[in-house]
Design a protein around this ligand. Structure first.
Ligand SMILES: *[C@@H]1O[C@H](CO)[C@@H](O)[C@H](O)[C@H]1NC(C)=O
Ligand SMILES: *[C@@H]1O[C@H](CO)[C@@H](O)[C@H](O)[C@H]1NC(C)=O
Ligand SMILES: *[C@@H]1O[C@H](CO)[C@@H](O)[C@H](O)[C@H]1NC(C)=O
Ligand SMILES: *[C@@H]1O[C@H](CO)[C@@H](O)[C@H](O)[C@H]1NC(C)=O
Length: 487
């Protein structure tokens, strides 16, 4: 199967045209992405999640405001040159801002009203040779600010933000001057207050836009490819602009593993899937079977799905050894043709092992082969025979006490002789032995899986109330999150 060529950077651009169309489709409770490159990982933030982020961000902003330094203001009034400098925010009354998803602009609508700020600073005037100065207090009351943003993605698949509109309005400004011959100044206060009010007001939106631009620069610098290990990377660029509904935003990511070495794209495409977005969880994440299969392909394609097994890897308690004497029980002619030699097995995937996600079940089909060799005293490997081994596994996954747990079982196992340099032999007994060995390995693996893997968490963020379910074609994960500010 041929992949759409030049699939890089294409999805975002192509999908921009169909935004209107997308809105119509997205008016369903389920998100179905139907055109272009389908995202293999979907990440949705619900309104509940947005409100959590808002609450957290408001706290961070409140804390950060103490450190804000305001640039000095200079000007001339009635021939008097003035400077307001050393301005610091003394007190902020920051009401909880409001933020909503805005499907109309594919973005966010943020506003805060009733914001009051008290600022202290120094004033100085020059009028010819006459210098004067002192301190002042200024209070800005009832500031209203509304900013509407569009979220989009750039050609590199990074999130981009764009200010659609900004409104700022100040209720009133009150100023008090102290020190110097400040009585000379008092007559200017009314004029000054209006002047400052206008200056502050006209500077708020440019400041907001500046903040958006600096956030945008951070987003532009974000990595959209994560090196998982030395073999594979996980590609996470947006495959389309985020989809915005009144109750959620959905980010569709490419979600594809690539071999670091070959960079070959998988010979299959990501099918679309519909991620449910329950309103009672903050985030929903969907990982399609394509993501799992792209990992499988990357390992297979770069030659990492193979192993060499020799006798020193067989557990010491195992009565069957990997040598021609011991294998004589299963292959009678072997010890006669190659007496008392060690053996080596090359085990490899014959084809790409494929995962399929079924309701409540993860299935894995593992078509593999085994080549057996006798190790000559001079270390030369003499080929003996080749086996085809087909096995099917299924597993269940769930979240329990903050850990992802799973259990695997073998559903089917068949072994047959593919070719032989030592003549034919019956494989039934050998098949049973291999099945026993696989089951023993599975038991060890299940002990690990039973202990579970911690859900990702950082010092500042923990996942709560997490639920995981395997659906047709994807794994769905719903969770709340708890943020803690460390500022
Ligand atoms: C078996 O393979 C391992 C790893 O490749 C190697 O370290 C070891 O020496 C080998 N043992 C024998 C008996 O060849
Ligand atoms: C092969 O395994 C048997 C036990 O089944 C052991 O007695 C014998 O020494 C082994 N031979 C070699 C070459 O390791
Ligand atoms: C190693 O030994 C085998 C069997 O005795 C022989 O056929 C082969 O030619 C030898 N190889 C080398 C490189 O000596
Ligand atoms: C097991 O594999 C055999 C041979 O590939 C197949 O005929 C059979 O249907 C499989 N059984 C199950 C339960 O998948």
């Amino acid at each position: 199967m041929q992949r759409l060529n030049n699939h890089f950077n294409k999805g975002c651009i192509r999908r921009r045209i169909s935004i209107k169309m997308l809105h119509i489709l997205l008016s369903f409770a389920l998100i179905t992405v139907t055109s272009g490159e389908n995202p293999a990982i979907q990440l949705a933030l619900t309104d509940r999640g947005l409100q959590m982020v808002r609450h957290f961000a408001a706290g961070v902003i409140q804390d950060k405001l103490d450190e804000v330094t305001i640039p000095a203001v200079e000007g001339k009034i009635a021939g008097i040159h003035y400077t307001l400098s050393g301005m610091r925010i003394a007190k902020v009354d920051l009401p909880e801002p409001s933020v909503h998803f805005s499907p109309d602009v594919t973005g966010l609508d943020l506003s805060v009203s009733g914001l009051s700020v008290a600022v202290t600073g120094d004033w100085a005037t020059h009028w010819g040779f006459i210098h004067d100065g002192g301190t002042f207090k200024m209070a800005v009351f009832d500031l209203f600010l509304r900013s509407v943003l569009t979220v989009n993605c750039d050609s590199g698949g990074r999130l981009s933000l764009f200010s659609v509109s900004c409104e700022a309005d100040i209720g009133s400004v009150d100023m008090q001057f102290y020190g110097g011959a400040s009585w000379t100044f008092q007559w200017l206060v009314q004029y000054f207050t209006d002047h400052i009010k206008e200056r502050v007001q006209s500077n708020i939106c440019p400041a907001v836009e500046g903040a958006i631009q600096s956030l945008e620069q951070h987003l532009q610098a974000m990595e959209v490819s994560v090196d998982v290990n030395s073999v594979v990377s996980l590609e996470l660029p947006l495959s389309a602009p985020p989809a915005v509904d009144s109750d959620w935003v959905n980010f569709g990511l490419r979600g594809e593993f690539l071999s670091v070495e070959t960079q070959h794209v998988p010979p299959f495409v990501a099918p679309p899937f519909s991620l449910p977005v329950p309103a009672d969880r903050m985030v929903s994440v969907g990982v399609s079977e394509y993501t799992a299969n792209s990992a499988s392909f990357a390992y297979y394609d770069s030659g990492h799905l193979q192993a060499h097994i020799n006798d020193s890897m067989v557990p010491p308690f195992c009565p069957v050894r990997l040598n021609t004497t011991s294998m004589g029980r299963y292959i009678p002619q072997l010890p006669k043709m190659f007496p008392n030699l060690l053996m080596e097995l090359q085990v490899y995937a014959r084809q790409i092992p494929l995962f399929s996600f079924e309701p409540d079940l993860v299935k894995l089909n593992l078509p593999s082969a085994v080549k057996a060799f006798a190790v000559q005293p001079n270390a030369t490997l003499t080929p003996l025979f080749s086996l085809r081994v087909d096995s099917e596994f299924s597993g269940k996954m769930w979240v329990e006490t903050g850990k992802v747990k799973s259990v695997l079982q073998m559903d089917n196992f068949s072994l047959s002789l593919d070719s032989s340099e030592i003549g034919p032999f019956k494989t039934d007994a050998l098949g049973n032995l291999a099945k026993l060995g696989t089951n023993a390995a599975l038991k060890k693996i299940n002990e690990k899986l039973q202990q579970g893997f911690d859900l990702p968490q950082t010092k500042n963020a923990q996942l709560l109330n997490s639920v995981l379910s395997v659906e047709k074609g994807f794994i769905a994960f719903f969770s709340d999150a708890n943020f803690q500010s460390t500022f």
